[in-house]
Write a protein that binds this ligand. Structure first.
Ligand SMILES: [Zn+2]
Length: 194
């Protein structure tokens, strides 16, 4: 069963309540961007108090500062005027549960959804798989605080990121909904004075 009918029904309700949001400007009104994980438990609009038109939200697995995430952050500032960046990872992230070698090995066996138990990951698909995963960097996480720090540092040091944008690093606690600052990242993300 597909979720498509539910999604389309929800959209029809949204359209009914859309109000005057059609007149929102393209640039984000509150002039900031959030890079965060795609985890379904995280809702940046709720945890950061966003309405339509307020901010850019860039999401990927882990909320990592991949080349593509940085592409979006650079566009966000250069063309759309955002002035502050938040990097928000979270507790219990799925990116802690595997390594490049593990996901590449599973994909080599099959492309079907794998299972995990106390012994680790198991591939239960029929195959064929593909070795193409060996050529990707999956940006998995071994140490959550270190990953936030690394990502803030990578954005800070990127030659296309403006030096006067503050970059904040947080870990969202999935048990409480609280954003907890990573102090080392706050330090690393400070604006660079000329
Ligand atoms: Zn995650």
């Amino acid at each position: 069963m597909s979720v498509r009918p539910e999604v389309l029904a929800a959209n029809r309700r949204y359209v009914c309540e859309f109000g005057d949001k059609g007149s929102l400007a393209l640039p984000p009104g509150r002039r900031f961007a959030i890079l965060t994980c795609m985890d379904a438990r995280l809702d940046p609009a709720k945890y950061a108090g966003l309405s339509e038109g307020d901010a850019h939200v860039i999401r990927n697995a882990g909320g990592r500062a991949s080349d593509d995430a940085i592409r979006s952050l650079v566009i966000s500032h250069k063309l759309l005027g955002t002035l502050e960046y938040f990097v928000v990872h979270h507790s219990d992230c799925g990116m802690l549960l595997f390594t490049d070698d593990i996901i590449s090995g599973l994909l080599e066996k099959s492309l079907d959804t794998a299972t995990i138990d106390a012994q680790g990951w198991h591939d239960v698909g029929q195959g064929p798989g593909s070795s193409a995963g060996r050529y990707l960097r999956w940006l998995t996480i071994a140490d959550p605080r270190k990953a936030v720090l690394e990502d803030v540092q990578r954005i800070r040091e990127h030659p296309l990121v403006a030096r006067d944008i503050p970059i904040y690093g947080y870990i969202y606690d999935v048990k409480t909904g609280r954003l907890v600052e990573v102090e080392e990242a706050a330090q690393a993300g400070r604006v660079l004075l000329q």
